[in-house]
Design a protein around this ligand. Sequence first.
Ligand SMILES: Cc1cc2nc3c(=O)[nH]c(=O)nc-3n(C[C@H](O)[C@H](O)[C@H](O)COP(=O)(O)OP(=O)(O)OC[C@H]3O[C@@H](n4cnc5c(N)ncnc54)[C@H](O)[C@@H]3O)c2cc1C
Length: 383
Amino acid sequence: MIEVDLAIVGAGPAGLSTALFLAAAAPSLRTRTVVLEGARFPRDKVCAGAIGARADAALARIGVKVEVPSAHVRGIAVTTSAGRRSFWVDEPAGRVVRRIEFDAELARLARARGIRIEEGAWVRSIDHQNGRLVISIEGGERLKAKALVGADGIRSVVRRALGLGRGDVVAQVAELDTTSAPGDTPEGVLHFDLRDRSLRGYAWDFPTPLGGRIEVCRGVYAVREANDAKDAGALAKERIPTGARVLGPTKRLAERGFVVGAPVSAPGAILVGEAAGIDPVLGEGIAQAILGGEVAARYLAPRLASGEIGFADWAGALAATSVGRDLARRTACMPYVYGSGRDLLERYVVTNGAIARAGLRYFGGTLSRERLLDTIRARGLRW
Ligand SMILES: Cc1cc2nc3c(=O)[nH]c(=O)nc-3n(C[C@H](O)[C@H](O)[C@H](O)COP(=O)(O)OP(=O)(O)OC[C@H]3O[C@@H](n4cnc5c(N)ncnc54)[C@H](O)[C@@H]3O)c2cc1C
């Protein structure tokens, strides 16, 4: 049985970022780490692919640049029952990528740095044996690890093996690609449609780089209520505008929202990215996965060196970081955004360009969280 110091389950943005940042922080760990990925690259991930430039900037700090076809983002449009308003910023705020391309390129860059990624390695179960974790892989192979990172996304086997349940906030999300149509926002704009007030969520139209052209990815994000009968897939199809040609199937997947105080570790194992939980308000998860990977690497490096792998303080360590505070803030404002404050918030966002632009700059990483909050408070909103 192969034995490693660290096994990372999942080679999405969270797992690959954890491995990349760890290799940068503690190069000697590289040969004692393995990333286990069930699928084979290039593999797709149901996702609209909007990445805030703050995530690209984080990767750039360790010299990683993911060069794939991208639709660059410079604006945001918000439609409410009062109409549509568009807001622009001067600097690039982010980009929209195809995950089939982005994740494969990130994996290639990780391999080029000597990171070992085993593809076709679906983890099926995890057991404790003599102070080690024994990871069983489909096909019968087993692997021993001192420590484990669960970066295996929404269907996380690691999360289940740790007995942490599915999470209390789960959204239903569906998307499809079409050509653009009259009435679409201009290229470079992320459009959020808030008109359906029966949703705890929103609909979107994002530019997407597909087949050498910029097409439109349209979708619906709906946080599930108990007895929720709405089908995000049906809602996404209903939104296809006249004149748009559908370019592929409707794809559905759940998303797991971060829950403040919920456990995200067990002895020897931590959860990162969507396995732990992402932004429950908008369902933004790529930047959270990449920035979460950076935090996880910083947390793991000294602990793996010293052998202190109880990891009981992982939730606290994450909470103390910028990405952790951001997740907690978004979680806390859920009832307000999709409840009592929705009217007020919509009115402010649509009538006041400062808040929308500040949000976009925060997404892009050119405005700090503190400055974003200042901008919101200065307009009389409590946050
Ligand atoms: C429809 C939709 C649209 C979205 N749009 C956006 C968006 O525009 N912007 C944004 O920021 N976020 C978006 N998200 C969220 C985003 O896709 C995720 O939050 C993000 O991919 C999380 O990254 P991750 O690395 O944690 O997990 P994932 O990207 O899910 O990666 C997990 C990896 O683990 C592997 N894996 C899973 N189980 C096992 C196993 N048992 N053994 C081995 N490997 C395993 C998977 O194959 C996968 O490669 C969207 C989500 C959906 C569903």
